[in-house]
Design a protein around this ligand. Structure first.
Ligand code: 6PG
Length: 236
């Protein structure tokens, strides 16, 4: 049984400090760090930018677990969110940023992003192994852009695939289950009372959780962390 390391913090700032501690320990050498979109990650990025500018950010290659198929200046862009709330403060080199080109056609961007991953990320048995994989979790149990109605994305041997948001219909490009599971450190981050139900269903393996994408992500060889605030963990 994979050990989930569940850590509960008073608030999102404390989670940000925990993530920074993780990155400090990891960045003695160059690492690959996969960012997530969403409100919780946005708050985390804000905190990191304001309180951890001294982190060796130059030693980090930034990737995304998913991106909406929109231009990089579009309000829905996960890259734009990271730029506004983190990169504009820590000013990483442009060569450290490996964004998904949401502005391009998925059929050309998916192979391009795959190629960039293989070029910059450590490979083990010809498979990319990201060092730190940051993931949010939706109230429906989705993670990255792997939604409950698209579970095939959990098992695809393609590094990344096209996903469709079930409510908005927005096309997205997402990393798939196998490459997420290969990461050395998988960090789910969730905050707020609105996540308490889904968190308890996933962590306590409640009935029906077996079909929730976030419940089906367990590391092949790495570690799995759940970094939660008090509200999100209030039903545990
Ligand atoms: C996205 C994210 C998505 C997000 C969760 C949680 O692009 O929206 O990749 O998986 O992390 O929906 O988002 P919140 O923190 O906003 O609830």
């Amino acid at each position: 049984m994979i050990q989930k390391k569940i850590e509960i913090y008073p608030d999102v700032s404390a989670i940000g400090d925990r993530l920074a501690e993780f990155l400090y320990k990891s960045t003695e050498q160059r690492i690959s760090f996969v960012l997530s979109g969403g409100d919780t990650p946005r708050k985390i990025f804000n905190h990191l930018g304001k309180n951890h500018a001294s982190l060796p950010w130059h030693n980090i290659d930034f990737f995304w677990g998913d991106e909406r198929c929109v231009p990089p200046d579009h309000p829905e862009s996960n890259y734009l969110m990271a730029k506004m709330h983190l990169f504009d403060t820590i000013l990483p080199g442009s060569s450290n940023i490996h964004r998904i080109h949401g502005e391009d056609k998925p059929e050309t961007e998916i192979p391009r992003y795959r190629k960039e991953i293989f070029e910059f990320v450590q490979l083990e048995n010809q498979k990319p192994v990201f060092d730190v994989m940051m993931l949010g979790v939706g109230e429906d149990g989705h993670t990255a852009s792997i939604f409950p109605d698209q579970l095939h994305l959990l098992y695809s041997e393609n590094i990344c695939e096209l996903a469709i948001h079930p409510q908005t219909g927005r096309k997205r490009i997402t990393l798939t289950g196998p490459v997420i599971k290969m990461a050395k450190n998988i960090l789910f981050i969730a905050t707020g009372k609105n996540k308490s139900d889904i968190i308890s269903r996933i962590i306590l393996n409640k009935e029906g959780s077996e079909n929730l994408p976030a419940c089906l992500i367990s590391p092949e060889n790495g570690q799995l962390f759940w970094l939660l605030d008090r509200e999100a963990s209030s039903d545990l």
